[in-house]
Design a protein around this ligand. Structure first.
Ligand SMILES: *Cc1c(COP(=O)(O)O)cnc(C)c1O
Length: 421
């Protein structure tokens, strides 16, 4: 094969010369050309929910592609987008009545931020300060990097990032400090919005916090006129045990972003859901109040049909039961690591499990990360640690035996790379 011309994401090509090619995906597996397969324990970066290529989603893509491709969405509409919007409003926390389409998690967050600022401008009480949580991740575009944790990923772009107010991560026992800080920021800064990843901070290291904190965020935000943006790009579609993580806090955010699991992990699509109040602030005979945003592939009909098939699967198949069972299996498997000196902070929320390998090198660029990744790949397992944080975020079709393989490999990795007794 001639030399590849592909520049891969988050990849240091000087250190990763051989990149395996995948020729087929199915269920929980990626298949290589040589016939070997890799167990996808991270759902191909958190997008695959039921399993790779669920037949009903594939079918919806095929039948829709036979009659529709991209249709300009300003001034036109189509059935897949209309039906999906209704379905999303039905499924989302009550009060999120409007659906704005885009094509990635990052754009869904950009849209959310623009909706928030547009809201305040259009009601004649401009606010622009965004409050963020320490260790957050909301995407890789300039706006989403601005509201995410600063570090090695975005050091080069720092001059372009806008200022935000950061509240501490609500670590166990320190929840009240986070809430007090948020209350103070709302009061002193007249904050426009708080953006949070509900219950689980993904890229920040699978950090978990209780639903009660989210409930309090909503209460504080409401009393101070600050909007709450829930970035459910990773947590949505069952990942945390409920369809959306916000359900566990029994709250309705003002704006909710969803993308990764929206099409079950088949084709790109995102949507930003908003309340009637946010829509109404933009609803006017004054053209200046229009929501000025679009992506070329907004509401792609094939992607909307894939998402509708995903919704149908949630209706027709025992997805909730599958998720509950997977959550129990994960928790049970994690238990054996609680006692060991090799790992710390064994934690789980819904289908996500994580644990930290005790090591002197921590942080995303820790040498241990790539070493662990290679170690697992040699065993036919796709596990991609965040520095020394090992986590499993598998597709819901994974079996108990497959989970055993993963946890056995994690135990073995602990023996190889953990502190020696
Ligand atoms: C992945 C992710 C994003 C960005 O989504 P992309 O589709 O990669 O742009 C935003 N927010 C959260 C919480 C994410 O996990």
């Amino acid at each position: 094969m001639s030399q590849s011309r592909v520049w891969h994401p988050f990849t240091q090509h000087a250190l990763e010369p051989a990149i395996p090619a995948i020729v087929r995906t199915e269920g929980a597996y990626l298949h290589k050309a040589d016939g070997t397969r890799i167990l996808d324990a991270i759902s191909s970066w958190w997008v695959v929910t039921h399993g790779h290529r669920h037949p009903r989603i594939v079918k919806a893509i095929e039948t829709t592609a036979a009659r529709l491709d991209q249709v300009i969405f300003a001034g036109f509409t189509h059935e897949p987008a209309e039906d999906l919007a209704k379905a999303l409003v039905d499924l989302a926390p009550a009060g999120l009545d409007w659906v704005f389409y885009s094509d990635s998690g990052s754009t869904s967050v950009e849209v959310a931020l623009k909706m928030a600022l547009g809201y305040f401008r259009n009601i004649g009480a401009p606010r622009s300060r965004i409050v963020v949580m320490e260790h957050s991740y909301h995407g890789d575009t300039i706006g989403t990097m601005s509201v995410g944790a600063r570090g090695v990923f975005n050091a080069a772009y720092e001059p372009l990032l806008f200022e935000v107010d950061t509240i501490p991560f609500p670590a166990a026992g320190h929840e009240q400090e986070t809430l007090d800080r948020f209350e103070a920021v709302c009061r002193d800064r007249r904050a426009a919005a708080l953006i949070v990843e509900p219950l689980v901070l993904g890229a920040g290291g699978m950090l978990m916090y209780p639903a009660s904190v989210l409930t309090e965020f909503k209460r504080i935000a409401e009393t101070s006129g600050t909007l709450l943006i829930a970035d459910e790009v990773m947590t949505g579609w069952g990942r945390t045990g409920t369809l959306f993580a916000c359900e566990q806090a029994q709250i309705t955010p003002d704006i909710l972003c969803t993308s990764k699991g929206l099409t079950g992990g088949t084709v790109p699509l995102a949507s930003t859901l908003a309340t009637e109040a946010i829509f109404q602030a933009h609803y006017s005979t004054d053209r200046k109040k229009t929501f000025f945003h679009s992506s070329s592939y907004t509401a792609n009909p094939i992607a909307c049909a894939a998402a509708l098939a995903n919704v149908q699967i949630w209706h027709d198949e025992p997805v909730a039961e599958r998720i509950a069972a997977l959550g129990m299996l994960q928790a049970a498997r994690l238990r054996r690591f609680r006692e060991t000196p090799v790992f710390s902070d064994c934690r789980a929320t819904g289908t996500i499990a994580a644990l930290d390998l005790r090591t002197s090198s921590t942080g995303y660029l820790a040498e241990i990360g790539p070493k662990l990744r290679t170690f697992f790949l040699e065993r036919g397992l796709l596990i991609r640690p965040l520095g020394n944080v090992l986590y499993l975020l598998p597709p819901y079709c994974i079996t108990a035996d497959e989970l055993d393989r993963l946890y056995d490999a994690i135990e073995e990795a602990g023996d190889c790379f953990g502190p020696k007794a």
